[in-house]
Write a protein that binds this ligand. Structure first.
Ligand code: ATP
Ligand code: MG
Length: 470
């Protein structure tokens, strides 16, 4: 499985080389041989023609002596490096450029027949066994008065012709080797531009899948690979923070569950083994009840938060009167408020003010905000709830004159389980989930919530809702 991409490319490179070599050994060689053979035959044929129409005719017409023509042919032979013969139609060798006719009486070529050339003007072989080596033979008829009197034959050894084409083929091999070397450069570029970055990316992706997010991919090229690396780096950092959040969340949950459970267990054990006498058991049973309520609330809040995932919660949006909802919610706090001597001031716009939202969820938002306002207010104070309408939006504000939120805590109050130090002493039952739920609900409505607070002076939460039709 390892480095298959590179192996594939290497295999492709080798196949390319082998194919190139095969092409040169077969196609190029064959074509070169054929081409040199044909062009040599062409050249010789032209010479044979010239001889047949000039010297040979003069010789037949007795304008040239045997010695003269012999001399001419010997000169041409030396120039072409090919032997020249003149034969009569029956195959009697009359003149040979390489032998004095007087020394060698005319030789008869056995079975000589010009038809053996077929339709071509040349043939390859030892010419009826008369030549010592394989040669290319061309012929041209000597025609006088429309009658064939004989033939001019020129023989050139094949070894001379193949030497020429071998030279050509060697050049082809050298070119092929050079092309092969040049494509090594392509292989190198591929390695640096594509293969190594991909290897770096896959290595990091493997590390990410194993949960190791520190391994940042170092690919900064301005192309698709660079873009992919950047996306993966971003994904890794997101996963990293997600994992961190999850760990924090679980730590918080376990902590918040453990402390009430420990105290419940401790009190029950103390009651059972008699450490807590019967007379004062009620007090501790009440504490146990309080702790179970807290656990109940915690579970409920977590279930609530769980509903708001990445896609938000399903909202049941319909127009309703926010003024009325505020009044109803405030009423549920009457008991606590008379106890703490806290009063409400409602500054509501209009008799009715309709908004388009999920009523039960908004009720929950109001409940959490008012609950906080009461919890963190001093006795004998006023909580102001105000609605205003502006640009098709309704602004709802819940304002108290309580302990306020320290500046460095302002951003964190929306986090799950976050409680300021002051609230830990003041409200032991608080889970720190209330505002996280509020934020999720408002965001699910695509609206905003903000907080303005000064420590020791008071806090104001303002959120918006879309104006609804009556
Ligand atoms: P729960 O809502 O579950 O009872 P909680 O009220 O502590 O717990 P949140 O409602 O999420 O949790 O509030 C988070 C923290 O923000 C509070 O613990 C408190 O420190 C701070 N806070 C919220 N509202 C106010 C306020 N009106 N005045 C001062 N501090 C506040
Ligand atoms: Mg709260």
């Amino acid at each position: 499985m390892k480095s298959t991409l590179y192996l594939k490319f290497l295999a492709g490179y080798v196949i390319f080389g082998i194919l190139g070599f095969l092409i040169v050994t077969t196609y190029t060689s064959q074509q070169t041989y054929q081409y040199t053979e044909e062009s040599a035959a062409d050249d010789l044929y032209r010479e044979a023609n010239t001889i047949a129409t000039s010297y040979a005719q003069s010789y037949y017409k007795n304008e040239l002596t045997l010695a003269d023509i012999q001399e001419h042919l010997a000169a041409i032979d030396a120039y072409l490096n090919a032997s020249i013969w003149i034969v009569d139609p029956q195959g009697e060798l009359l003149i040979n450029s390489r032998a004095q006719t007087s020394d060698n009486p005319p030789v008869r070529i056995d079975d000589f027949s010009i038809t053996s050339f077929g339709t071509r003007y040349y043939q390859i072989g030892t010419f009826y066994g008369t030549l010592s080596q394989e040669s290319l033979t061309v012929y041209s008829p000597i025609i006088i008065d429309y009658k064939v009197h004989g033939y001019v034959l020129i023989h050139k050894p094949m070894s001379q012709i193949t030497r020429y084409s071998n030279g050509f083929i060697n050049i082809s091999y050298t070119s092929l080797a050079l092309i092969f070397l040049c494509s090594l450069v392509v292989l190198g570029v591929f390695t640096f531009v594509i293969y190594l970055p991909i290897r770096r990316i896959t290595r990091s992706a493997k590390a990410y899948s194993a949960g190791n997010y520190d391994n940042k991919i170092k690919v900064h090229s301005n192309d698709e690979l660079g873009y992919m690396a950047a996306s993966l780096n971003y994904m890794a950092s997101e996963l990293h923070s997600l994992e961190d959040d999850q760990r924090k969340f679980i730590a918080n949950v376990s902590h918040d569950f453990r402390s009430p459970l420990t105290s419940i267990k401790g009190y029950i054990e103390a009651i059972m083994d008699g450490t807590i006498p019967h007379e004062i058991q009620d007090k501790y049973l009440n504490i146990i009840l309080m702790e179970t309520e807290r656990l109940n609330k915690l579970t409920q809040s977590m279930l609530e938060l769980n509903k708001y995932g990445a896609h938000g919660a399903m909202l049941d949006v319909s127009p309703f009167d926010i003024n009325n909802t505020i009044k109803m919610t405030v009423q549920t706090f009457e008991g606590t408020c008379t106890q703490k001597k806290i009063s409400f001031e409602l500054i509501l716009t209009g008799e009715t003010l309709f908004v388009n939202a999920d009523m039960s969820k908004i009720q929950q938002v109001l409940y959490n905000l008012i609950d906080n306002a009461i919890k963190f207010s001093h006795a004998d104070s006023t909580i102001t709830i105000e609605t205003t309408e502006r640009n098709d939006k309704v602004f709802i504000s819940v304002k108290d004159t309580g302990i306020g939120i320290p500046k460095d805590s302002l951003k964190k109050i929306w986090e799950r389980f976050y409680k300021t130090d002051a609230s830990r002493g003041k409200d032991k039952r608080g889970t720190g989930l209330g505002l996280a739920i509020v934020k999720e609900i408002i965001q699910a409505h695509n609206e905003n919530i903000n907080v303005i607070s000064t420590e020791g002076v008071g806090t104001e939460f303002i959120f918006t809702l879309p104006l609804g039709e009556q």
